[in-house]
Design a protein. Sequence first.
Length: 104
Amino acid sequence: MVLPEAFRRSMGMISMKSPAQGKLVKNSTLAMAEAMGYVLSLPCMSILIIGCTSPAEVDENARLARQFADFTEGKMQELESRTLLDGESFTYYKRPASIGFRRA
């Protein structure tokens, strides 16, 4: 898998689409703080890019980033289980081989 290998090599990673272009938060599967926090809690994650539709969203996402603290392994697993059943709809833009990443 890509992220564990990047972590092993001390490489930074850039994340995009953490809220799945809004699908995770619009259907209340996750709060934005959970979508952002999950990604930022992954080993070697350096940058998180989120598209915003208003200045208010920019302000809110900046506030969430400033307040971020790493999620516990238990919280990470809980979020994974909440998104597992609908994973394909949240990752429709990915090739099938890249779906189902699990942290090392």
